[in-house]
Each structure stands twice: as structure tokens, then as C-alpha cells.
Write a protein that binds this ligand. Structure first.
Ligand SMILES: [Zn+2]
Length: 102
């Protein structure tokens, strides 16, 4: 077997006949160690840019972090508003309906 150190995922795919999708899956599942192929890169889950760690590239992670910050901020605003009893009741009703279904 050839050395795959430094191989890109496309090269690795060409050489092994394993699809990029499968290799990506193996990397994420830890079945291919980054020790074996420290420079192996695979596509970002969001935009497809080649990355070698995490599931997302830096820009997608930044975007997601900002998005979740905004979400958190918005939910804080919602919490600051006083919920009426009716709203609380319907929320609980929704939750119990969901529980019944599962
Ligand atoms: Zn990305």
C-alpha cells in the first residue's frame, strides 16, 4: 500500500477507489486517523471547501457561531417579555402532545 501522508482526499480517492463521500465518513467516524494522513483534507459539511479538522471550515463555523449568538440574543428578548398564562399553557400542551406521539 502506498503512503498516503499528505494526500488530499481526491488523490486518496483516486488511488484507493473509495469515494470521497466514504472517505469523509471514515474520517469523521475516526476510522481514518489524522495520524495516518495528517494533511488529508475533506469537504466542509456546509460549503464544500476542503478542511482538515472539524466538520466545518472556519468561515462556516464563524457564520454558525454568529447565527447561534443571534438566536440566543433573540430568545433572551423573548424571555424578557412576560409570558401570559395562556402562552405558558399552550407551550406545555405542545410539549405533552409531542411526548404522547413518541
Ligand atoms: Zn464551509
Amino acid at each position: 500500500m502506498r503512503e498516503h501522508k499528505g494526500a488530499s482526499i481526491t488523490e486518496l480517492s483516486d488511488e484507493t477507489g473509495v469515494t470521497i463521500r466514504q472517505i469523509t465518513k471514515f474520517v469523521r467516524e475516526g476510522r481514518i486517523s489524522m495520524m495516518d494522513a495528517p494533511n488529508l483534507s475533506y469537504p466542509c459539511e456546509s460549503c464544500g471547501v476542503l478542511i482538515s479538522h472539524n466538520h466545518l471550515c472556519d468561515s462556516c463555523r464563524t457564520r454558525l457561531t454568529n447565527a447561534s449568538k443571534n438566536l440566543f440574543h433573540e430568545s433572551n428578548i423573548a424571555e424578557n417579555k412576560k409570558l401570559t398564562d395562556e402562552q405558558v399553557q399552550s407551550a406545555y400542551k405542545g410539549i405533552s402532545q409531542y411526548k404522547d406521539r413518541t
